[in-house]
Design a binder for this molecule. Structure first.
Ligand SMILES: [Zn+2]
Length: 331
């Protein structure tokens, strides 16, 4: 109810009731409301700076809890990283070694993603830990990808293991009882004519002319050459065994296979002879792995007892049964 106002009337000497216009009344009410609101705002402002509202303290509590959880997550990521690294180590140093395959490399797998990928995380006023967790997770994801690819390869190799075991050159290329002289060893040796050291890429096995020559592993005839030249390798055969292996058989008297023909380990592919540059009948035998010459003797040690192998290694001489050219015709 509106408050009544009175005004003294000097003529009647009494108080008259004065009626206030409704506009002014409304203005007064509004003024009060406004002042009240302003006061309440000032008080609220001061209090909110001095004390936390229950809602704010709730949010801050949550944030603290979230950061703690991030720290735990970060530790777990670190632990997973160590586990993956140990798997990677076993992969490279045990499993891949077993199959004689190189370490798998995938380009950029160890590089971080560009910073722009993490731009959205930088707006969160916190926290280095959020960003570093994401970066670590990305690195782990890439490493996992690499390892899964690597194990895919190994799985394939396991499936081919039987084939691989049959393909790798692993037996004597001829009947060892036919040997008539010591083995001409792989490696540096004195050239009989030039009188200087030249690398011998294979081993020389001296046997009578006509001695059967065996394929030392399953494969395909990659190359044959019939040569009447008194230099170089003479009649020769190169077999492709797959898995990075090739073998070469040179100075043959005759070649019994054709290019592209499949051969089995132990199959007779030619006869020993003295074609090309040689001092007498012998087989020049080479094993190549991924295009590089390796010591062929190591590849048929499974075909010998330890004593036999030791004896042969000791007796193998840096001697020559062939007239090596300075640039032996390679293939
Ligand atoms: Zn040789």
């Amino acid at each position: 109810m509106a408050k009544k106002e009175y005004k003294f009337n000097p003529q009647t000497l009494s108080y008259d009731v004065v009626s206030t216009p409704s506009k002014i009344r409304l203005y007064r009410v509004l003024r009060r409301v406004l002042i009240g609101f302003l006061l309440a705002s000032v008080v609220n402002f001061i209090f909110s700076h001095l004390y936390l509202t229950p809602k704010m303290s709730n949010i801050i509590g949550h944030r603290r809890e979230l950061l703690l959880k991030y720290k735990i997550l970060n530790d777990k990521i670190e632990a997973s990283n160590l586990k993956i690294k140990s798997i990677k180590h076993r992969d490279n140093n045990v499993y891949r070694q077993l199959f004689v395959v190189d370490t798998l490399e995938i380009p950029q797998v160890y590089e971080e993603y560009p910073e722009s990928k993490y731009e959205s995380f930088k707006t969160i006023d916190s926290e280095e830990i959020v960003l570093s967790s994401w970066k670590k997770l990305d690195a782990i994801t890439k490493l996992l990808y690499l390892e899964s690819k690597s194990f895919d390869q190994l799985q394939e190799l396991t499936q081919n293991k039987g084939l691989m075991a049959m393909s790798i050159p692993a037996i004597w290329p001829l009947d060892k009882s036919k040997l008539t002289n010591v083995i001409g060893a792989y490696g540096m040796r004195m050239h009989p004519i030039y009188r200087r050291y030249i690398h011998h890429n294979g081993i020389d096995l001296t046997v009578p002319k006509g001695t059967p020559i065996y394929a030392t592993g399953d494969g395909v005839v990659d190359f044959t050459r019939h040569s009447r030249s008194r230099r170089g390798y003479g009649n020769e055969i190169i077999l492709e065994h797959g898995f990075g292996y090739k073998t070469q058989y040179a100075h043959l008297d005759s070649i019994l296979v054709k290019e592209g023909q499949k051969v089995k380990r132990g199959e007779i592919i030619g006869k020993a002879g003295r074609t090309g540059g040689t001092t007498g009948p012998h087989l020049h035998y080479e094993v190549r792995y991924k295009g590089k010459h390796v010591d062929a003797l190591n590849y048929f040690r499974r075909d010998m007892t330890e004593e036999e192998f030791e004896k042969i290694v000791k007796s193998a001489k840096a001697t020559t049964y062939e007239l090596l050219e300075e640039n032996q015709n390679e293939r």
